[in-house]
Design a protein around this ligand. Sequence first.
Ligand code: MN
Length: 387
Amino acid sequence: MVKKVSILGSTGSIGCNALDVIDSLNHNEYNIKVICLSTNSRISLLAEQIKKHSPETVVIGDKKAYEEFKSNFSFPETEILFGNDALSEISGRDNYELLISALVGFSGLRPTVNAIKSGKDVALANKETLVVAGKLINQLIEKYKVKLIPIDSEHSAILQCLAGENISSVSKIILTASGGPFRNKTLKQMKDITVEEALSHPNWKMGKKITIDSATMMNKGLEVIEAKWLFKTETEKIDVLIHPQSVIHSMVEFIDGSIKAQLGIPDMKIPIQYAITYPDRINSVHSKMDFNLFNSLTFENVDTDKFRCLRIAYDVIKEDSSSAVVMNAANEIAVDLFLNGRIDFLSIPDIIERELDRHKPSPDTDLENIINVDKDTRIYLREKYSI
Ligand code: MN
């Protein structure tokens, strides 16, 4: 049987890994057909992906990159579209079954909503979608009877720990965190962190946005919120534990005191493959664990005075309101400002906190309200910093 898959964000780290996983699955009793691919501006890589996977459609997000692609490449068999509206439109089409959403940030929301509304299962790497619209997404999943399978390694771990268990037997979800490159720095030292230092993550090779989020630990904050919606758990039951080796991808503690953990080498291909084949497991050619290389697993608590973004995320999710949208938008802008050398590292939580103070939270969770709150936050900050 052929499984038809679309990958949004196919030239990013998750997207490229997903195509590798699909290749290996296709050599191994699976038959996956790639229907749609998308990139923001990496057109040469997209062209290579088209040659290899012959998708029916590709979408290019950036206007200049789109024009350049049209003049430099010719793929008469492939429909070439431009922009965010096209991403949303192709997500709602009937020509595929599983959406792999590997877009960055808020831009992943509308395509995911359209995919669910047209009855598609979604393998989700784009955690921001659940951060800004978790309640809405859960309502839609129920209404349209689709599956939402996490690609995020921690959430894949939790899903695997929960297999065969009753959610009411869970006493704690323990999200592990590498702690990023700065867990041993003092708050004073963190002021002078350079972009280069922040972009060198100890364990994972990822896109820029998520790498900075890992360095501030906002990534873990986003993941706490993601876990709340995915597993319908109270935030009080979600703990974060630093585990620098990134071998235990997360754990679940049950009411009888038993704990399950999911382990594996830090390689995103493993959770990506699980999301594609879920709930089945298929042979994998990817590297297996060698315990001699990881003979010491250590744990420590997070210092939220140093990593304020994590505390902000915990505060925001208490409310279950539009504040999460503001936090996410302000974080995206602040990360951009930091990457462009406009602000220092510790100003990232400052900007987010100031935006949250300015915002009057509303419990309204419809799509239009979410989009408006996001837009207002961005417009205000872009003006303020003349971006
Ligand atoms: Mn993660």
